[in-house]
Design a protein around this ligand. Structure first.
Ligand code: HQG
Length: 183
């Protein structure tokens, strides 16, 4: 059987991007039937309902919400779902971890959503570094002037697990953090 991290990654895949890979259907708010998910994970990987519950509860980033007999990912979707998040005033600055190879394009177009529903921003440099270190390459941390964006009318949302979301960060609100300032 795959380990918890592998199972959790598969759950993120099906609950954010490709529900058909577990024969699931997401409703317009991103919810899937929990029993159906467990059944599919049992058939595919031999996982029990207790395994799935443990992964939901112990997930270090609290990526999943379980409500009664339904489950959803709390952020990160490429599928068009409405999570019902309310616009929320952001802190004055937010951060985005990325790779050196994307920098020229980001400074030209700003941060764009790529395949996801939102641009994802972190509350501090440490979190931004964790995000970018998932990928190979040289880390770059960008500071976002979220106060200026908000006063210019941009909307921000806070996912249930603390990720800040917005639609687009134009380049004028971005500043690269000097490598010497990084932890
Ligand atoms: C880059 C984790 C070129 C962007 C975290 C990033 C996060 C551009 C990549 C979540 C660009 C998109 C998301 C532009 C942005 N030109 N590249 N104009 N604008 N990019 O995975 O933020 O662990 O879609 O810098 O918590 O890396 O999965 O987004 O490198 O919330 O739960 O395009 O992943 O959550 O990559 O990470 P992603 P991300 P989980």
């Amino acid at each position: 059987m795959p380990n918890d991290v592998q199972l959790s990654k598969f759950m993120s895949l099906v609950l954010r991007h490709a529900p058909e890979q577990a024969e699931l259907v997401l409703d317009e708010n991103g919810w899937a039937d929990f029993d159906a998910l467990c059944k599919s994970l049992h058939t595919k990987f031999g996982a029990s309902t207790a395994d799935v519950l443990r992964i939901v509860e112990e997930n270090p980033k609290k990526r999943f919400a379980l409500e009664g007999n339904r489950i959803r990912a709390v952020q990160g979707h490429s599928i068009d779902v409405d999570l019902g998040l309310q616009p929320t005033a952001p802190p004055d600055v937010l951060f985005h971890g990325t790779k050196d190879e994307f920098l020229a394009s980001i400074l030209r177009e700003g941060l764009t959503r790529q395949s996801r529903q939102h641009v994802h921003l972190s509350k501090d440099v440490e979190t931004a570094l964790i995000v970018t270190r998932r990928r190979k390459g040289k880390d770059v941390i960008l500071q976002v002037d979220s106060a200026a964006m908000a006063s210019d009318g941009a909307m921000f949302f806070l996912s249930d697990n603390g990720v800040w979301l917005t639609n687009h960060v134009p380049p004028r609100y971005l500043r690269r953090i000097n490598e010497r300032e990084l932890p």
